[in-house]
Design a protein around this ligand. Structure first.
Ligand SMILES: [Zn+2]
Length: 172
């Protein structure tokens, strides 16, 4: 089991550091307004950008933690990724049908999906791009894969009327 590293708070400078990376916390209102602004502006190009943000967040944050406190196994790395995601209020990811080579994951109460639906109602397409990118990044870090080899697609989303959010993660 890896040595666990928690966030370090610098109260005087108002900085949170985790794994050598700065952490900024935003509420659901901020996040879904930002997402909608990006989707309205970039249209069909938005999902790729939003997922890339999730991927890069996972790779930077989890990659930094793997350097400071290496996981004992790919599974342990994935479990740390899930724990950190939940600790930051994004939702509890169920990875029981996933391994370090992908699979299916679900989020019963996704921060983005609940935020979107409570603000604007049901959307036409799945909207959890950041969580999808984060999941792909978590698999890339756990399996030491180049980011372009991992793709996560949300196949059902609470924001689009599903009971929960479902993601298929594939390694190419
Ligand atoms: Zn969703």
């Amino acid at each position: 089991m890896s040595k666990e590293i928690g966030p370090a708070f610098d109260i005087e400078r108002g900085i949170i550091d985790l794994g050598g990376r700065r952490v900024v916390l935003h509420c659901n209102h901020y996040n879904v307004f930002l997402q909608r602004t990006i989707e309205d502006g970039l249209k069909a190009r938005a999902p790729r950008l939003l997922a890339a943000a999730g991927m890069e967040t996972a790779r930077n944050l989890l990659g930094g933690l793997e350097v400071k406190a290496p996981s004992a196994s790919p599974r342990e790395s994935l479990e740390r990724a899930v724990r950190i995601f939940a600790e930051h209020g994004f939702g509890a990811i169920d990875i029981s049908r996933m391994n370090d080579q992908g699979g299916t994951a679900t989020i019963a109460r996704s921060h983005y999906a609940i935020g979107w639906r409570s603000r604007w109602g049901i959307r036409q397409t799945p909207g959890c791009y950041f969580p999808a990118g984060y999941l792909a990044g978590a698999v890339a870090i756990a399996s030491n894969l180049a980011p372009e080899r991992v793709v996560a697609t949300e196949t059902a989303c609470y924001a689009a009327g599903a009971e929960q959010c479902t993601f298929v993660v594939e390694v190419w």
